[in-house]
Design a protein around this ligand. Structure first.
Ligand code: URA
Length: 436
């Protein structure tokens, strides 16, 4: 086989066989095929697309390019959840203890934030003492004993995806549906998931801004799941404004704690109950979404999910008092408020721009390995459609003294990101579609 012929074949819109896809991914991972040929192939895929079968083969190759996590020591179906990324998305912090309290084992591996979106591991590390690295045997033991554990990604998982993603990033081939779908599903399968729930975001804060594109991506991933015998349910959800009110690590941890007490923002609570219901349904722990959602609503009200989170935090060396006393979380040296310059209705809260502002306040990193300030971030106190009066507080910035000089410019950017209209508006539907 020659890589030249396979680039040509894809360029002409023909379907590649499983052997040909295997040759490409194995050859690239082993560094036998150079970046420039993979780049040409990725661009051919971008323009010609791939069939569902080709995409399933590509997913399988990506998943098996490195280690496959063996979770067989944990009895029961293991359900993983993946979000395509957004601003203020702290659902994992609520979902893990919530579904674990319903009897689903949750061995969760999560990532760190990069760019304008946050990561679960950074949020958890805002809890004093919380450890996100542990031996595999301890990880499995914790899941078997208390029902859940959350750690950072370890091992040599999907090296093909790491290389291919970095190449796509610099060759304008990230936003190709088969490449995104195989990248996400390949990682979930390598992580040992038996069933998968996907939160596919659409709107300004997501990377699939157009709803129709996001819907097609969600459908493709559900099809791949079917092909690879992993029951997959996708939710198409709105990310045109941040989820909840808090953006930034400790601020989001505090909001997750309130949600576990059933006192959280309505949008966050709603999405967690739906995603949780999808996890129970996909894993065969419930007969349907409605029954599962009713069960999880009871669990949340009863305080069992909060108790489960206390156990997880304690088992991982953290101070679980933060759930009752959030003032024990890191707090910023400086806060500054944005107030409404006119009265009217909130018509837009640009999630992407707010994510970028939070980053500039110290909450995020531009490149891997940068340090972050757990206390930094933005609280947006309003939602699309809210009516506000002149002078009302719209948002609060949290940062360290060293960034004081950045505040005037960031406040100006924030005032442009939160728009006020004289006419009432109806916000986007939060949960737009469930695809099974
Ligand atoms: N997220 C991923 O994991 N992979 C992609 O290709 C895009 C988003």
């Amino acid at each position: 086989m020659r890589m030249y012929d396979l680039i040509y074949k894809k360029r002409e819109g023909e379907e590649l066989s499983p052997e040909e896809i295997s040759y490409i991914i194995k050859g690239y991972t082993a560094e036998e095929i150079p970046d420039y040929q993979l780049a040409a192939w990725a661009m051919a895929v971008f323009f010609q697309g791939m069939t569902a079968e080709e995409t399933a083969h590509l997913t399988r190759e990506v998943a098996h390019s490195g280690d496959i996590v063996d979770l067989s020591d944990i009895p029961g179906t293991k359900v993983d959840k993946h979000s395509t990324g957004g601003v203020g998305d702290k659902t994992t912090l609520v979902l893990v203890p919530l579904v674990a309290a319903a009897g689903v084992p949750v061995p969760k591996m999560s990532g760190r934030g990069l760019g304008h979106t946050g990561g679960t591991i950074d949020k958890l590390e805002s809890i004093p003492g919380f450890q996100t690295e542990m031996e595999r045997s301890r990880f499995l033991k914790q899941v078997n004993e208390i029902g859940a554990a959350i750690i950072g990604q370890t091992g040599n998982l999907t090296p093909a995806d790491k290389k291919l993603y970095a190449l796509r990033d610099v060759t304008a081939t990230v936003d190709s549906r088969p490449l995104i779908a195989s990248s996400i599903m390949g990682k979930k399968i390598a992580g040992g998931a038996d069933a998968i729930v996907l939160d596919v975001k659409t709107g300004s804060g997501s990377f699939m801004v157009e709803r129709e594109e996001a819907r097609k991506l969600a459908r493709l991933m559900v099809e791949i799941g079917l092909e690879l015998e992993r029951k997959t349910i996708a939710l198409l959800t709105d990310m045109s404004q941040p989820l909840g009110f808090a953006i930034g690590n400790a601020l989001e941890m505090k909001e997750a704690a309130a949600t576990l007490k059933n006192q959280g923002p309505l949008d966050l609570t709603k999405i967690c109950l739906k995603l949780g219901a999808a996890m129970l349904t996909a894993g065969g722990y419930s007969t349907g979404m409605e029954e599962a959602e009713a069960e999880l609503t009871e669990i949340l009200k009863s305080g069992e999910a909060l108790e489960k989170m206390k156990k997880i935090i304690t088992a991982q060396g953290g101070d679980s008092r933060i759930l009752e006393e959030p003032e024990l979380l890191p707090r910023a040296e400086l806060t500054e408020e944005l107030t409404a310059k006119k009265s009217g209705y909130i018509s837009e809260i640009n999630a992407r721009e707010i994510g970028l502002i939070a980053m500039s306040l110290g909450a995020g990193r531009e490149k891997k390995g940068d340090s972050i300030d757990p206390a930094a971030g933005v609280e947006v106190l309003v939602k699309q459609g809210d009516e506000v009066e002149t002078g009302a507080t719209l948002a609060r910035l949290h940062t360290a003294d060293k960034y004081k000089s950045r505040l005037p410019e960031l406040l100006e950017r924030l005032s442009k990101a939160v728009k006020i209209n004289p006419e009432p508006i109806s916000p986007e539907e939060l949960i737009q579609e469930i695809i099974e």
